[in-house]
Design a protein around this ligand. Structure first.
Ligand code: 6PG
Length: 248
């Protein structure tokens, strides 16, 4: 699939952003002929979206049996820890909507080390995909959700980290996080995140506005280097949007 230009979609507020994201997810899942694969993100921005997926309006429209849920990065803490990204997604929707347990692919962040967890998760992704090499014509994911941190990081790919240059591994351990919470992380790399029909960045709130403008203007920041084999969409609320982009 040829890479397309990033699109910027601006919504009125964080609630409309969650609604638009949920509709885009549903569309992508509906288009997937068999299994659908969604790669979730952590942080606080996706919380309204995850809550929305648990409401009657949305839960009845998701084919849970054929939809698989992954996580783009996680903190190296047990899933019940309040810092766990997959734990947050479980609490907000996956546990209450009846998603089959085997469809929720958490990173093994309880034992060993971030590096060992990365190798296990990479093996799990390869089993799901059915091949050891990513084929741009057959993306691993239908949607990859992403966020942007205050230092321009995305997933757990922090500025100046060697993980930014990784071309072979799909998943790597990150011993030192570049910003809070300062716990080791496990993260998918750019090539694995790019293997998607749609990469959907979620950005909301005025405090994100300056950083978003820097990323979109092409500054050398991790979020600017994220790419997608399919569509690349920046879904942003009005408070975070750069000047001159009216809301839908
Ligand atoms: C994490 C994330 C991270 C996050 C951004 C934005 O584990 O921290 O996956 O990349 O998406 O830091 O976080 P907020 O939504 O909380 O601003």
């Amino acid at each position: 699939m040829p890479a397309r230009r990033p699109q910027l979609v601006v919504t009125q507020d964080a609630e409309a952003l969650a609604d638009t994201a949920a509709r885009r997810l549903l569309d992508r899942i509906a288009q997937a002929p068999g299994r659908a694969a969604i790669c979730l993100t952590g942080g606080s921005t996706p919380e309204p979206l995850y809550r929305l997926l648990a409401t009657n309006r949305y839960r009845s429209r998701v084919p849970w049996e054929r939809t698989h849920w992954f996580i783009g990065d996680d903190r190296f803490v047990p899933p019940e820890d309040p810092l766990s990204n997959i734990g947050m997604a479980r609490r907000l929707f996956l546990d209450s909507v009846g998603a089959p347990r085997e469809n929720v692919h958490a990173m093994p962040t309880t034992d060993g080390s971030p590096g060992i967890a990365a190798r296990h998760y990479e093996a799990e992704l390869k089993r799901f995909y059915g091949r050891d090499r990513l084929d741009p014509a057959r993306p691993l994911f239908d949607v990859v959700l992403m966020g942007v941190g205050p230092d321009g990081h995305t997933a757990s790919l922090f500025p100046r980290s060697p993980a930014l240059q990784e071309k072979e591994s799909w998943v790597v351990g990150v011993e030192e996080a570049g910003c809070e919470p300062y716990v080791p992380r496990v993260t998918l790399t750019f090539p694995a995140l790019a293997s998607t029909r749609e990469m959907l960045f979620l950005v909301s709130g005025e405090e994100k506005r300056d950083m978003l403008a820097r990323v979109l203007s092409g500054e050398d920041l991790p979020a600017h280097h994220a790419h997608s084999e399919g569509e690349l969409v920046w879904l942003v609320d009005r408070a975070a949007a750069p000047e001159g982009h009216p809301a839908m």
